[in-house]
Design a protein around this ligand. Structure first.
Ligand code: MF3
Ligand code: CO
Length: 248
């Protein structure tokens, strides 16, 4: 069952999404060589609390951080720690906030100092694939239309689409039905209706789409250690399109 949110729920999801977007904006000036991922986590934690929300990820299935910080070949779910960012790195920061019981979820990949052109393009093209996926969203579209649109962009730029991890419904739970894969066939999968809220989150790799999981049981790494980018928005499906809830 995919829930249709009530107007009251949508209002709370808008606030949660706004807090997530604002947390991203708050962190941007701190994303510089020398800062540790734990320092970014502490800043995000304090900021989310200051807005009257709680970090959705902390304690989720035992996850230890408030945000996920995935550097270079780390795809997603990197645990904040003592790693210092270095000039030329990229970092995917995934943030969830829960406001009065409703969640917002958004990830973005950032540069640290001067980044190689090939890696900058990976980031640009992954962001493009997110917006391509969103562009097909409206009442009556299928979940498979989103994945198809995302993967066509990946194909155009010869990037690897991570298949093991998917987007999801969002509401009073961080992860709800339906799954939102970053691949698919047009006209297949669940049909979208106005009032559904979903997170679309392509993860694209410069090399192989294959991944593995580190011994910490969280951090997902590319199998060839090449960089990966991740862009995610939580959106509300409307009659003729969508509204981004995690605006930044
Ligand atoms: N945005 C990620 C997701 O939708 C965040 C999950 S991290 C976790 O899966 F710690 F909460 F699991
Ligand atoms: Co998500």
């Amino acid at each position: 069952m995919i829930s249709i949110k009530t107007p009251r729920e949508i209002e709370l999801l808008r606030v949660a999404g706004e807090i997530v977007g604002d947390t991203h904006k708050y962190l941007i000036p701190f994303i510089k060589p020398g800062i540790t991922t734990k320092e970014l986590d502490d800043l995000a934690h304090k900021y989310i609390i200051s807005r009257g929300a709680t970090p959705s990820f902390k304690g989720y299935e035992g996850y230890p951080g408030s945000i996920c910080t995935s550097v270079n070949e780390e795809v997603v779910h990197g645990i904040p720690g003592h790693r210092k960012l270095r000039d030329g790195d990229i970092i995917s920061i995934d943030i969830g906030a829960c406001y009065k019981g409703y969640h917002g979820d958004s990830a973005w990949t950032y540069t640290v100092g001067q980044v190689d052109k090939e890696i900058l393009e990976l980031m640009q093209h992954t962001e493009e694939s997110l917006f391509a996926g969103l562009s097909v969203v409206k009442e009556g579209a299928h979940i498979g239309d989103i994945g198809y649109a995302v993967s066509e962009v990946a194909k155009k730029y010869h990037l690897g689409v991570v298949k093991e991890l998917v987007g999801h419904g969002v509401g009073s739970h961080l992860h709800e039905m339906p799954d939102v894969p970053n691949y698919g066939k047009q006209g297949t999968g669940p049909v979208l209706k106005a009032g559904m809220v979903i997170a679309v989150e392509p993860m694209l790799n410069l090399g192989t789409p294959n991944i593995y999981i580190l011994d910490d049981d969280w951090t997902i790494i590319t199998a060839d250690d090449k960089p990966s980018a991740h862009f995610e928005h939580t959106i509300l499906v409307t009659k003729d399109g969508y509204e981004i809830l995690t605006k930044r």
